[in-house]
Design a protein. Structure first.
Length: 95
């Protein structure tokens, strides 16, 4: 995400295309390059949480930045699911 419209656009894409009423998951990775991208990541999370999604798992990793050849960047990756999904399907609420 690098533009102010991206959090809402990506959230709308997840809401539209992630299958409803299933064990479907969405994996979203966001490079946290600066304070602006950190705000966009929080805004994206707020949008999904307020529209029927929850975090299954989240992790931060340092990765090589694809925008530059020499820099590393912290990446936040999150697995999302719809909150109306029955998590007792296989006895696990994770993957």
């Amino acid at each position: 995400m690098y533009d102010d419209e991206h959090p809402e656009l990506v959230a709308n894409m997840v809401k539209r295309f992630l299958e409803e009423g299933t064990e479907s998951r969405a994996l979203v990775a966001i490079p946290l390059r600066d304070a602006h991208t950190e705000r966009m990541a929080r805004h994206f999370s707020t949008i999904l949480e307020n529209t029927g999604f929850c975090v299954v798992f989240q992790k931060h990793e340092v990765c090589k930045d694809d925008w530059t050849s020499a820099e590393e960047v912290q990446v936040q990756w999150t697995i999302w699911r719809r909150t109306d999904v029955n998590t007792d399907f296989d006895g696990s609420a994770f993957f």
